[in-house]
Structures are given as structure tokens and as C-alpha cells.
Write a protein of this length. Sequence first.
Length: 237
Amino acid sequence: MTFTPPAASAAELIVLAGGSLTASLNDLGARFERATGHRLTMRFAGTPELIRLATASGPFDLGVVTAEVMKDAGARAKFAAAAPAAIARVGYGVAVRAGATKPDVSTPAALKTALLAAKSIALYPESAGGAYVMQVFARLGIADAMQAKLKPQATPSDIAKVVARGEAELGVFVTSVLAAPGVEIAGPFPPELQNELVLVGALAADTNNADAAKAFLDYLRTPEAAAVFRAQGMTPG
């Protein structure tokens, strides 16, 4: 899709965005800005914080957020009534420091063994993704054992950073976050435990920049955007 720079003054868009999209949207946002002249301010956060930002932090123009945000009645009321657009989805996996031995995580039993053997595990718990990982720990019967190992991180991107520095033995989260310099993905969750984090897009109900916001949302559903999502280990749409 080709964008023509606007004849009128460019819009300044505030975008609420899921932390698992940080790398993808930073890339795509820069491309969109160059093509259109609009400017984007990204506010990346986990699900609870995105709900707070939508409901209590002031005006914004659109969201590219986890589907769980839209299940909160207060947050949903801050978005346009139209059904949110499917943007991307991504599964879960385990990462290690680049060059480290990769544990077998191909079956539930193997994943359980790997998690129990790890001395430390980086996670971003304040998110829908983190909540699902904790559910997996419970399903494996190791929730209590994991508590002493967990190294909670302030943002999703911090997971890969602490693993790359050797400050955590494993990183466990959605694979788009784990695909980062200095780390390698040991493998996805086994099929019996796999799930997908779904990201959707919607305009804010009271945006004053509806045309520009819709243009960015449309751009996120183009073949160019799909290629960027795939490069980050995500499935478009």
C-alpha cells in the first residue's frame, strides 16, 4: 500500500500498544511516519496497564492491544463501537542466552523438567502473556516451585535483555519478544500447552484524528506490515 504525504498539517497520534508488539510497531511506525508525515507516540504496556491507560490516562487516538483489553467493559467503552480489527497473533516459547545449551521443551514433561532445572526465569507477569505463562506453570503442577526462580521484568523487552546478560537462565514469554539480540529460542511450548496471544486494533471513540488513525490501522493490515510481523515470529491477522 502506498501512502501520499498529506497536504494539510500532519497529525500527532497517540497509540496504545501491547508490549509484545514493541519491535514490530517501532519498525512499522517509522515507515508510516516517513510515508505520511504523521507522527506517532507509542505507549507500550501490558494488559492491566493498557486498561488503565485507556480508561484513566487522558486522550489517545487508537490502540493495538491484546484482545483481553477489549474484554474489560471500561476499556472497551473508550474505543469505537466497530469490531476491532485482527492485527497479529503469536505463540509462547522459551529462550536462552545465545550459545547456551538449549533445553528440550518439546513435550509437557520436557518443559516441566527444563523449568524445574533452571536456576532463574525471566518473565513479564503484568500482562495477558504473563498470566498465561503462570497458568501453564499451574497446569504442570510447578507453580509454587517457580516462585523462587522468577525474575519479574518491568517491560516485555527486558526479558531478552536479562537473559542475554546472563542474569536469568531462561526467558519465558511470547516468541516475538524472545526473538532479540543475544538470545536464542530453545523452542515453542509443546502443542498441548501452546496458546496464541491475539492483538487487535481499534480507533479511540473520541479521537480528533480519525482519518490518520485509520490510515495507520489500515497500514498494519498491508502485505508490508505482514512481512514485518512474520519476521518477528508473529502470524498476521
